[in-house]
Design a protein around this ligand. Structure first.
Ligand SMILES: [Zn+2]
Length: 301
């Protein structure tokens, strides 16, 4: 989709290379955004606020606006923004939506970010295009912020403290992520490969609970744990079946029909794990130092 065309249709004006509209005191940016799992960018509306959005505020916004697909975002490394789909037929439809949204924002006491997000002061002397939105900043604030985060990443970020605990928790998390698959298997006698999708998220949740620094390598751990657990579980189902019939596993697999199912199911479990990893990748990566470094790069100009 051509962003310029949409901007023209919906009445956005271009300002410093960004499409914006000011609606009832709120600045709305039209931007192309890749949601997790998507191959191409989608036209999205972006709202950036003067304070971080907590869980309850996000809930209220999502509920009262009937938002389909609510994507939280952090601008300047503060969780103060969100994106929503911009599929409006015309400006009238957009305005009706914005009426609804601005009412919700007002009720939550949210305002457009109109000061330097790093020091909270006005009279800014620069701007940054942060994730598609123009943000007013002080040049020195940005510089200090970059120095600060970089120092943090170089010192604390390199720390291996809690790493063993985090890895252990990640494995435990992965096993917990397997529980739905086990329950469904026992309840129905069938496995659901879709349920393997829970594993990477559960493993990452466990890792976070462990308290170690989240370097980019976290992604590798999660992938390895998931790729061992899901096919491992599948293998165990067949192994347990052989045990049940008191047949050696190799003999059990010598039966052509069973071998066929076994191979199919092993491939399926690997395939679904790969799919689930590709879905989970972006939302997990977003929480690692990899994303922070990328965000910093964008600030450097
Ligand atoms: Zn500042």
């Amino acid at each position: 989709m051509n962003l310029e065309k949409i901007a023209a249709r919906l009445g956005f004006r271009e300002q410093s290379g960004v499409f914006v509209v000011n609606y009832k005191g709120y600045e709305v940016t039209l931007t192309s955004y890749k949601v997790p799992g998507a191959l191409v960018g989608l036209p999205m509306l972006m709202f950036v606020f003067n304070q971080p959005l907590d869980k309850s505020q996000r809930k209220v916004i999502a509920k009262q606006s009937g938002l389909k697909g609510f994507v939280p975002e952090s601008v300047g490394l503060i969780d103060n923004a969100f994106l929503s789909q911009a599929n409006f037929k015309d400006q009238e439809k957009l305005n009706r939506y914005l009426d609804q949204m601005t009412e919700v924002f007002q009720s939550l006491g949210l305002k457009t970010l109109d000061y330097c997000p790093y020091c909270g002061q006005y009279e800014t002397d620069g701007t940054r295009n942060i994730k598609g939105s123009i943000i007013h900043v002080h040049e020195t604030c940005v510089k200090n912020f970059i120095d600060q985060v970089e120092t943090h990443l170089e010192t604390k970020g390199q720390s291996k403290e809690f790493m063993v605990k985090s890895l252990l928790y990640a494995v435990i998390g992965g096993f917990i992520g397997l529980i739905p698959s086990i329950i469904v298997l026992f309840a129905t006698g069938f496995y659901s490969a879709w349920l393997f999708m829970i594993i990477p998220f559960a493993a990452f949740y466990g890792f976070k609970k462990g308290g170690a620094q989240k370097g980019s390598y976290v992604m590798i751990f999660i992938a390895v744990i998931s790729l061992i657990l899901a096919p491992g579980f599948m293998f165990y189902i067949y192994y347990a079946d052989a045990m049940f019939y008191e047949v050696p596993f190799s003999e059990y697999l010598a039966v052509e029909e069973i071998r066929g199912y076994f191979v199919r199911d092993m491939i399926m479990s690997v395939l679904f794990t790969i799919i689930s990893l590709s879905v989970a990748w972006k939302s997990i990566y977003k929480q690692t130092h990899g994303q922070i470094k990328k965000d910093l790069q964008a600030l450097k100009k």
